[in-house]
Design a protein around this ligand. Sequence first.
Ligand code: GTP
Ligand code: SPV
Ligand code: MN
Length: 602
Amino acid sequence: MTDKAAPVHAGIRKWIDEVAAMTTPDRVLVCEGSEAERDQLVRESLASGELIELNQAKLPGCYLHRSAPHDVARTEHLTFVCTEREEDAGPNNNWMAPPEAKAKLTHLFTGAMSGRTMYVVPFLMGPPGSRFSKVGVEITDSKYVVLSMQIMTRAGTIALDHLGASDDFTRCLHSIGDLSPDRRFIMHFPESNSVWSIGSGYGGNALLGKKCLALRLASWMAKTEGWLAEHMLILGLESPAGTKHYIAGAFPSACGKTNLAMLVPPASMPGWKASTVGDDIAWLRPGSDGRLWAVNPEFGFFGVVPGTSRRTNPTAFDMIQRDTIYTNVALRSDGTPWWEGHDDPPPAEAIDWQGRPWTPKSTEKAAHPNSRFTTPASQCATLSPEFENPNGVPIDAILFGARRQRRVPLVYEAWNWRHGTFLGATLSSETTAAATGKVGVLRRDPMAMRPFCGYNMGDYFAHWLEVGASITRPPLIFRVNWFRTDEEGRFLWPGFGDNLRVLKWVLERTEGRGKALATPIGFIPPVEGIDRKGLDISDEELTALLRVDPAEWVEAVAGQEDFFRMFGRHLPQALWDEHWNLAHRIEEMITPSELKGRDLGI
Ligand code: GTP
Ligand code: SPV
Ligand code: MN
């Protein structure tokens, strides 16, 4: 770490001086991203209580961080996109005029770092040397944020080397402020390529390379540059025959991206190999070969802890046994963490995520439902050899998935890119603990991007259609739902590794094989199309999982119409056409027609 006197990029230097004049820190440190620097920050964080040491014999390099009890998830109502014209931010974003936003925040940032150290973290999103990669610089007064950025991004000198003399970097300003939700704002300025965030030290609110840069600002850049910045995992699959495919999948927060990205094939499907390219964000570019190529801009995983176990996700579980920061999990007396859904049974006593005594009789959860691990990607045993490939990987299929107890089948396929864009645009999901607010409420979350699209979503849908038209070999698009339940609320589908059974059909379809039945909503697999070897699921159960109930879909179509209207003239006509086509087909289904259940035998 060097102090501000050290030579640094002129544009960064100028910005450091401006921010320091406003925030008046005691000292300014520029991070180079070395191990010595990290060790020093860890020592200081242990001394200040920002980190708690976990059992180093069992979990070397692992620490616990407890965030403020009211700062445990993204706060979407305090997140703004500040464009000159309100229409450019769209009805999907909170909007404030840039001068007003700057004035409001300047007031909050003035003197905010007094008595604190201001850290300057240059970081690179994407592989070094790739023409797709973007440089950001985060200024923050949180050591936890610096340590997390060093895991989640390629931080330090590597970013400055990539930037060279260019002034093209995103200015990411962050202060924990007083951590009060009353004085918390996460403001994006796409027109000046900058983010100002104050009042939160948590996840997507504070690690500004992630949602703020790599999704909200990147989606804006992608619109002008002809590519897509998406909330997607990237998974490599190799069949027993040795065929390789890559799949990208958009699922809303806490709906299964990390788990799918680290899928372990079931024992009854020998010969299949899965590799992880990314678990949260994909930057997708049309290639000269007419395909869509994907890069994961991140360098680590910020994953949901509850539910992570040897049984559900052994790859993630093994990966978090060293050099990991745990946030808001419970602590056992032997200095190891515990959470709901851990393989070990609840401990007789523990310290909960807020530092209070906990026993299995406690009414509250031991770990916060949005507790997280922060782990370097390099620790993932299934990390793809293509992870650092500057050109990315070619995508054969895109999945849109969500949490839906009812209505939505296990899997169905779009007729084509346009219909696939419609399937993405009409995605809705039951809310989770990843953002503040009620859990389990159905809400519209197009392309899993509702909280992350940095501009008018009507224009974003149009951009999806444009990108589709610009590629000659577009990926096939599917909707998936691992979360359909029976009357008692039990999941009908085993999920996790067994999701490969669905992906197998998806890949067969991309290879032009695999039978499909046309339904009003898209193609579904016939019951025999899903490999059930070694899986105890009856024909009736699978039929229930794949069922398209017309009465339930009538209701869905009405809701879609209201949602689409919100975007006025920004909503592309093609999506209205898809909508009316669907409404018509559902109507026909109610009075049976020959379309219903027709086996196309493709
Ligand atoms: P973000 O990091 O918030 O974007 O979440 P994510 O989309 O990566 O979700 P993640 O894979 O972390 O899963 C969230 C929760 O869903 C965890 O508690 C998982 O155990 C659970 N989950 C993931 N996949 C499945 C599945 O196939 N079936 C079931 N029943 N639960 C799942
Ligand atoms: C999400 O909510 O989609 C996350 C976690 O990946 S956060 O980084 O907090 O946004
Ligand atoms: Mn996410």
